[in-house]
Design a binder for this molecule. Structure first.
Ligand SMILES: Nc1nc2c(ncn2[C@@H]2O[C@H](COP(=O)(O)OP(=O)(O)OP(=O)(O)O)[C@@H](O)[C@H]2O)c(=O)[nH]1
Ligand SMILES: [Mg+2]
Length: 871
């Protein structure tokens, strides 16, 4: 199916706004279900629409900002209301869908409103059971993916040709059977020929015929050998299905009682006809004998999901992999199976050898992470416990599995890592394989320039959907938080000194600073902060004596910034420690002796007065407030950071480089606004998020090569960067937004990413909303032509007419700017999403969007493969 906009659904009853009987307007909300390639922007799919008055593009407030681009937008053409059959009014909205290249591809939607403003009847021609009907008059093609005529023809299983049975060339007695073909439309059930690609189906493990819920039991009968069509019983299974043997699907669970399912799954897994033929498994270029296969499958640590194919096996160290590929597992060593491993077994070409095999570049990175030098292209001998030495000489080079960094590297590079590095026996690829489904995690690479918020996003995902923080990680984060807290205190101490000098200077000049205060009804008031903030002298001092309500009083500022000599000495010492970069010494357990002094310092009037002017301290980040106000609790030795503390902490842990976490979507997140429709793919997939700091990418981002197998790149940009500058290498001043764009350009044009999709995350929208009210977007040279039309009712959120706020317009503008700038470089592979703030669930939206992009990409790859194999 190729439809893009699937349907428009009314959300609740329309409200009639009476003018007179002939001419009235109706307000209704609709939800639009979009079903096709991901839109280039992560847009809300539920949009309030006003129909009747003027159903223009304005009715889609969030989308209208994107009208002039290659964004799909419905352009409704108002048709005059005409009387419905029963005296109501009929409205029709006809428009071009989604900038379709096909001019005839019209979208039509209609509804009849009764005289009381309720939906009454439908246009039967168009509707099925929904109150508002809509459809494509002509299905538009999906961008870049023309609808192909179905290449697969279907023969029902009833007409299966007995002559098509094949017998193994190796003399295996279990015959095979060719794939079934579907004569119905593509994606339909092979039996009833109804349904589409998205209808849930169960496949026969022999001929791959797929049956819908209604036809499954009829087509497969009692399933004596598992999920095989009646005529396929007794035949060899399709090897690509081996991985799913014995794993029950949801549809089966819905159809059959538990005991029956158990019986079928057991039969499927263990019946003789479904067993792997040893002759189809080649190890080091030699087919296995029955005995060898048995030995391999029954060893302490067998290869997982063994299917027919060519493999290499390093008997000495236990590395196992597909012929011509990097190692995928560490299995038991010393098994006497297969032939001799060849130097070219894994197709490595860098001259470094492990046990006679030339290793791949990923393994080279792993060795480097383990601290093993590979200079001079050495030939290593590696034992199962990871002990590494040069061949032919007693020259130990180290233990591969010893360092924590090796583990991270293996995870990122999808290399095997022992579950218990100390013992050579029990090894595994990674944890996910222990659960009852097997899935290769889809990889998301998260990059962004300094301070763009990548660490925060990483932590939000880890906290909400990923593995919990380990004790070790929490200990690392505790140190980060405590060290940062000392730095924040240091900034306050420096500011205090500055303020003290300033106030003394003012005093010498004989100038006194006057503070104004408006007295409230209760007779009390606070010294106004804002009036002086403009002059850079903000200070809030509560008035101690009641005064006359409504009266404005003035007061002379006291030099409140002086501290006692004892605290002064402590401050000077602490600033010295921070300046020398030894702040980590402060957070060692022995440092609790300072906590009494810190307490005294924090409570000191001068520090509090400085703290109250924190808005003037640009170098003090906003999050500092969150930690400073709990300074004493945090500096205690037994302090353990909460999830919130971790989220607000700057950085991830003491390491600045690469970190990764595995995550998956919980069930509640799988269904979106459209319930089952949006959650068409029940997602048991696991995902891996890899966050890499730009500093660790090396010259010209050369280390990006390590990430060639990622499915999607998330590039994070802070929206607030537009008015910020830094000194670049040439001594000039560079705008941070432009610097981010340039970094992005380096990444999108990197050869390993030439075919990848990118999702641009425009981050810190909450701060952006505040900033844009104060500083115009045109501060950034690149955004000089930003010239929004601001409505009279303009305020921060959507205005009363539903048109977008200034920040929203600016966001669209920036999104468009990036899309246009990179259009020629990336060929429609750039998607954009907004990240709104620090709350944990803000990541949910763009993660669902990311999943949609990956799903779509996989679907298209499958379709392309399908059509190329059937041609
Ligand atoms: N208000 C607000 N603050 C944010 C948001 N995202 C990040 N921040 C803050 O911005 C600062 C920088 O974010 P980090 O997560 O450290 O991003 P980073 O600099 O890319 O990552 P590191 O280099 O590891 O520090 C931190 O103080 C965050 O708390 C956001 O959406 N809203
Ligand atoms: Mg940071």
């Amino acid at each position: 199916m190729t439809g893009i906009l699937r349907r428009v659904m009314p959300l609740g009853d329309p409200v009639r706004k009476t003018k007179d009987d002939e001419d009235f307007s109706v307000e209704y909300s609709i939800a639009m279900e979009y079903n096709g390639p991901p839109l280039p922007y992560n847009l809300p799919r539920v949009s309030p629409v006003v129909v009747g008055e003027i159903p223009t593009a304005n009715a889609f407030p969030l989308w209208s900002g994107l009208l002039d681009m290659d964004l799909p937008v419905i352009q409704p053409v108002k048709k005059k209301a005409r009387p419905g059959e029963d005296g109501g009014q009929k409205f029709e909205v006809v428009g071009l869908p989604w900038n379709s290249p096909d001019a005839n591809a019209k979208f039509e939607s209609s509804m009849v409103i009764g005289s009381k403003g309720c939906l009454r009847s439908q246009d039967d021609k168009l509707s099925d059971d929904s109150t508002l009907s809509s459809h494509y008059l002509h299905e538009p093609p999906v961008h870049g993916h023309e609808k192909r005529p179905s290449a697969v023809t279907f023969h029902s299983t009833d007409s299966f040709d007995e002559r098509s049975f094949v017998t193994d060339s190796d003399g295996d007695t279990v015959p095979g059977r060719p794939k079934a073909q579907n004569s119905g439309k593509k994606g339909s059930c092979y039996h009833c020929k109804r349904g589409s690609r998205f209808t849930k189906k169960e496949a026969c493990i022999v001929c791959d015929a797929k049956y819908c819920y209604r036809c499954l039991l009829r087509a497969m009968g009692s399933m004596e050998e598992g999920r095989k069509c009646l005529l396929c019983t007794g035949f060899r299974i399709d090897e690509s299905k081996r991985i799913s043997l014995g794993k029950c699907s949801r549809m089966m669970k819905r159809l059959l009682p538990e005991a029956e399912i158990k019986r079928i799954m057991r039969a499927e897994f263990s019946c003789v006809n479904n067993q792997l033929s040893s002759k189809l498994v080649f190890v080091n270029n030699r087919p296995l004998k029955k005995r060898e296969l048995l030995l391999l499958q029954s060893c302490a640590n067998p290869p997982r999901n063994l299917t027919p194919g060519y493999y290499w096996y390093d008997r000495t160290a236990g590395f196992w992999g597909k012929a011509g590929e990097k190692p995928s597992q560490l299995i038991s060593g010393q098994l006497n199976i297969g032939g001799q491993m060849e130097r070219e077994a894994s197709n490595g070409n860098i001259g470094v050898l492990i046990n006679g095999r030339e290793i791949t570049k990923e393994e080279l990175w792993m060795l480097k992470a383990a601290g093993i030098s590979c200079k001079g292209k050495p030939h290593f001998w590696v034992s199962p416990d990871g002990f590494c030495q040069e061949e032919g000489q007693y020259n130990p080079r180290g233990m591969i599995w010893e360092k924590a960094k090796t583990k991270i590297m293996c995870k990122i590079l999808s290399l095997p890592y022992p579950s218990n590095p100390a013992s050579s026996d029990r090894v595994e690829v990674n944890k996910e394989n222990d659960v009852d489904y097997v899935s290769v995690p889809r990889k998301l690479l998260l990059i962004g320039s300094e301070n763009s918020g990548t660490s925060t996003i990483f932590k939000q995902i880890k906290i909400s959907f990923g593995d919990a923080f380990t004790e070790e990680e929490r200990r690392g984060l505790k140190l980060v938080i405590q060290s940062k807290l000392y730095c924040y205190l240091g900034l306050l101490m420096e500011a205090r000194e500055r303020f003290e000098k300033e106030s003394l200077r003012e005093k010498e000049k004989g100038k006194s600073i006057l503070f104004e205060c408006e007295v409230s009804d209760s007779g009390y008031g606070s010294w106004a902060k804002d009036s002086r903030k403009k002059k850079g002298k903000g200070l809030v001092i509560n008035q101690s004596r009641p005064s006359h309500p409504g009266k404005t009083i003035q007061k002379e500022a006291k030099p409140t910034y002086a501290i006692s000599p004892k605290l002064k000495r402590f401050c000077d010492w602490l600033l010295g420690v921070i300046a020398a970069g030894n702040v980590e010494d402060m957070v060692s357990p022995s440092s609790c002796e300072y906590s009494a002094l810190i307490d005294e310092l924090w409570k000191d009037e001068a520090i509090q007065a400085t703290y109250s002017r924190r808005n003037e301290l640009e170098e003090l980040p906003r999050v500092a407030t969150y930690f400073l106000e709990r300074a004493m609790e945090i500096l205690k030795e037994d302090y353990g950071p909460s999830d919130m503390d971790i989220l607000y902490a700057e950085g991830i842990s003491s390491s600045n480089g690469v970190v990764s976490t595995n995550f998956s979507f919980p069930k509640s997140v799988q269904s979106g606004a459209f319930g089952d429709a949006a959650a068409r793919r029940v997602d048991s997939s696991s995902y891996q998020l890899i966050r890499v700091h730009p500093n660790s990418l090396g010259v010209n981002c050369k280390w990006l090569e390590m990430f060639e197998d990622v499915n999607l790149i998330l590039f994070c940009i802070s929206l607030t960067d537009y008015d910020e500058f830094f000194d670049d290498d040439s001594g000039g001043s560079k705008n941070k937004m432009v610097a981010s764009r340039d970094l992005f350009q380096k990444i999108v044009t990197h050869p390993v990413f030439s075919k990848k999709h990118f999702l641009l995350l425009l981050n810190k929208f909450d701060l952006f909303e505040e900033k844009i009210e104060q500083v115009c977007l045109t501060r950034c040279e690149w955004f000089k032509d930003f010239n929004p039309v601001i409505s009279r009712n303009h305020h921060r959120g959507n205005d009363v007419n539903g048109s977008p706020s200034l920040a929203q317009r600016a966001f669209y503008y920036i999104a468009v700017k990036f899309k246009r700038h990179f259009r020629s470089l990336m060929d429609h592979k750039l998607y954009v999403s907004l990240v709104t703030g620090l709350e944990q669930d803000t990541v949910k939206d763009f993660l669902l969007y990311a999943r949609e992009i990956i799903d779509w990409d996989e679907d298209i790859t499958l379709i392309n493969e399908d059509s190329s194999t059937s041609n």
